[in-house]
Design a protein around this ligand. Structure first.
Ligand code: FES
Length: 157
């Protein structure tokens, strides 16, 4: 019954974050579309990537599924915003399940979210093969904050 859902699931289910779509032909957008064979539920997750630093600048989802699947995808969108693709690819469904206190029978719902972000990242890499090399090379690390301040001070002195 609905009463058995944890309040975090209900919160995301009642007020899902980042529901929507992005233009799937946009070069900077990666689209993941996955399904859970066990129940037939479907999740679409889209990420917009900032090509300068390989981070996720925007994220949208549409889930046709149970409350736990909707909550898992809503929570995932909050989690991955601002992350590098490399870090986002490391998210495991167990982290999502733990945050939302999903019972074992609902673990596959969080698996759908893990599959969806991986699928979206892989679609982005397919469209932007060079991004993967940059990401793994780690040559474009942002300036440390202190350096930014020094540069700013120097510029305004
Ligand atoms: Fe299948 Fe939740 S019951 S995704």
């Amino acid at each position: 019954s609905r009463r058995s859902y944890h309040e975090k699931v209900l919160d995301h289910y009642n007020r899902p974050r980042n529901v929507g779509s992005m233009p799937k032909n946009d070069t900077d957008v990666g689209t993941g579309l996955v399904g859970a064979p066990a129940c037939g539920d479907v999740m679409k997750l889209q990420i917009r990537v900032d090509p300068n630093d390989n981070t996720i600048s925007d994220v949208k989802f549409k889930t046709f599924g149970c409350g736990s699947a909707i909550a898992s995808s809503s929570y995932l969108t909050e989690l991955v915003r601002g992350m590098t693709l490399e870090d986002a690819a490391k998210i495991r469904n167990t982290e999502i399940a733990k945050e939302l206190c999903l019972p074992p029978v609902k673990l596959h719902c969080s698996m759908l979210a893990e599959d969806a972000i991986k699928s979206a990242i892989s679609n982005y890499y397919t469209k932007n093969p060079k991004a993967k090399q940059t990401d793994l090379g780690g040559t474009n690390a942002p300036l440390p904050k202190v350096e930014i301040e020094t540069v700013t001070q120097a510029a305004t002195a």
